[in-house]
Each structure stands twice: as C-alpha cells, then as structure tokens.
Design a binder for this molecule. Structure first.
Ligand SMILES: [Cu+2]
Length: 332
C-alpha cells in the first residue's frame, strides 16, 4: 500500500508512520493530535504554505446523533485532485477538475453514531491548492439536515513536490498520461464483454446478480455454473454508487483487490475502470452507474474450482465479493 509508506512529518509533529487511509482509524483523534490546522475554505498558499505543491491530508470530524437514512458529502471545489474518505471508506476521486462542486453519496455502512471523520487527500501540482469552497458548499447532508464542514480542519503534509510545474509542462504531462492510459487500457478493456442490450443466449446458463443498497455487497455470495458452459451474468447495479463485476482466478481475491486500491491513486485508474491489468482477471464489466444493467458473457472455466467474483471500485473488494463455484459438467 503506497499510502502506508513513511510520511513526512507535519509541522511540529512527531515523525510517525501514518496508517493507511483505506482503513478505519479507530484512534483518529490520537493520530491527528499534532497535525497543524487551517481555516477552510481557502488556498493553502495563503495559509502558511506559500508556493507549496504536493500532497496534503485534510481531516475534520462531525457528529451524528443518530444514523441517517440518506447521507451525502459536499466539499466545494478542490484544486487539483481529491480523494475523500469517510471513516476509512473511499468515496470517489476527482482528478484535475478544480471547477467541479464535489457532492458524493456516503454509503450508510460507513457512518456511525457519535463522532465520524472525513479525510481528504489533496494533490496539487501548481497554482492555488487546497479546498477552495465556497463555504456554503461544504457540508454533510444527513436526511436533509446540513452539518457544516467549513471552518477549522487539521492537515498533514504527505509529500512536497520538488519544483513547480508550469502550466504548459502540466498540459503535456496530462496529454502523455491520457495517451498512456489509452494504450495501456487496451488489454483490460478487451476483456469487457457483453453490453447493455439484454439479448439472451438460450443455451447459456443465466444468472442474476444485484447490489444491496448502501451495504457495499452483492445480493448473493455464491453462484454455481458447470465447467465449460456458456454463462450470462445479468448484473444490475441497484445501488446509489458505481460498481463493477470481475471474475478472478482461484485464490487471487486479495492480490487483485490490493492492486485495484492502488489504482485509485494512479492518474489513469478511473479511465481503466479500476480493472487491474493482470492475468488473474479472467472477465470484467466496466464501472456501472446506478440503475444500469450489464450482461457479462463468458465460457465457464474448464477446471472446476472456486473463482472469486468481486467489485474492484477501490475499497469495495473486502466486502463486495463472492464465489463462482465451477462444478464438473454433468451429463456429458
Ligand atoms: Cu463496488
């Protein structure tokens, strides 16, 4: 996990290894005790970090008297790229779109009664960086009630970039990244089969798979098919956020899951639909928006065994997985 590497110390803070932001920090108040603070919104250049380009973690707590039925987070505009977590649950990245007003659904199982925390990893390569507001667009929305997120935040310097990149270099860098992504994504995208049109192969084994709303889980944890048979998984995203569906080689769940988490911090992770380019990924759908259905068509492996199926949206794989059981073909 790249985030578990040694961190540079926060101003006046002790040098410590930060735990991974992908985990829930039970002792988050302890971890952030010596972090510096900043009044937000506002560019960090105007708040004690002149000419700073790099990566900061911002941290703030909020209170919930009871668990809401619906929750969203609004973070205003963030320059350049942002990766927000609520109690260790990753929400969504926004890369290099500082004009976007950030507004994401918070999965309800990420929340708890009492103290909750927001952690936002912000990366800036030039110009004003940080959480730029406006203040009235920074809040938690819980059942229609607003809990403001403007005001004092704590921060931690994760990384300082050695030099400022001027805008023309940045543009060409982005161009290169986009070209690299297009080239590099050919392999995983070739594995994406089927489409949104629901035309069934009458000879295929037809399976239905849905998502349990707000729980980051599929509605089934076991699917059974016969070895070597044609299979159609009609996958419906019945949740409020994006998910995908991958079929993996036996025993590779953790390896592929960790690779997918790492993709969240790569410039082209989202473009690649968070599908790691590795031989353990046998079949994959792209990211499915809420309300969409996708038919994943493939021939079941000839070798019987337990083949994990999983969502590789970063952070989801730990709970959003199951087993495709491939059994000996009967009656052949
Ligand atoms: Cu998912």
């Amino acid at each position: 996990d790249p985030e578990a590497q040694v961190y540079t110390p926060a101003p006046e803070g002790p040098q410590k290894r930060l735990p991974s932001p992908w985990q829930k920090w039970d002792n988050h108040q302890e971890i952030t005790r010596n972090w510096a603070s900043m009044e937000l919104p506002g560019p960090w250049e105007e708040q004690g970090l002149p000419d700073f380009d790099g990566v900061l973690f911002f941290y703030k707590t909020f209170q919930l008297a009871r668990l809401p039925q619906q929750a969203r987070i609004h973070l205003g505009r963030i320059d350049d790229s942002s990766f927000p977590f609520v109690n260790g649950t990753f929400l969504q990245e926004n890369r290099d779109d500082p004009q976007k007003l950030i507004d994401y659904v918070i999965p309800l199982n990420a929340l708890q009664r009492g103290t909750n925390y927001v952690l936002v990893r912000v990366e800036d390569h030039g110009g004003p960086g940080g959480m730029l507001g406006p203040a009235e667009e920074m809040y938690i929305e819980a059942d229609g009630r607003r809990i403001p997120l403007s005001g004092e935040w704590k921060y931690y310097i994760r990384e300082k970039f050695g030099r400022s990149i001027n805008s023309s270099e940045l543009l060409s860098g982005r161009e290169l990244a986009a070209r690299f992504a297009a080239f590099n994504s050919l392999n995983p995208l070739e594995k994406i089969s089927g489409g949104e049109e629901v035309v069934s192969d009458p000879h295929a084994i037809r399976l239905e798979l849905k998502v349990i709303k707000n729980e980051m889980k599929y509605d089934q944890n076991e699917l059974v098919v016969q070895a070597g048979k044609a299979v159609e998984i009609h996958f419906s995203n019945t949740d409020l956020m994006q998910h995908n569906l991958l079929i993996l080689a036996p025993g590779s769940l953790e390896k592929v899951g960790l690779a997918a988490d790492a993709m969240a911090m790569e410039p082209d992770g989202q473009e690649k639909q968070y599908i790691p380019d590795m031989p353990e990924v046998l079949h994959a759908s792209g990211l499915l928006d809420p309300g969409k259905t996708f038919v994943l068509r493939f021939t079941a492996p000839k070798k019987p065994g337990n083949y994990p199926f999983v969502c590789t949206f970063p952070g989801h794989w730990r709970s959003m997985n199951g087993l495709l059981k491939v059994v000996q073909s009967s009656g052949v």
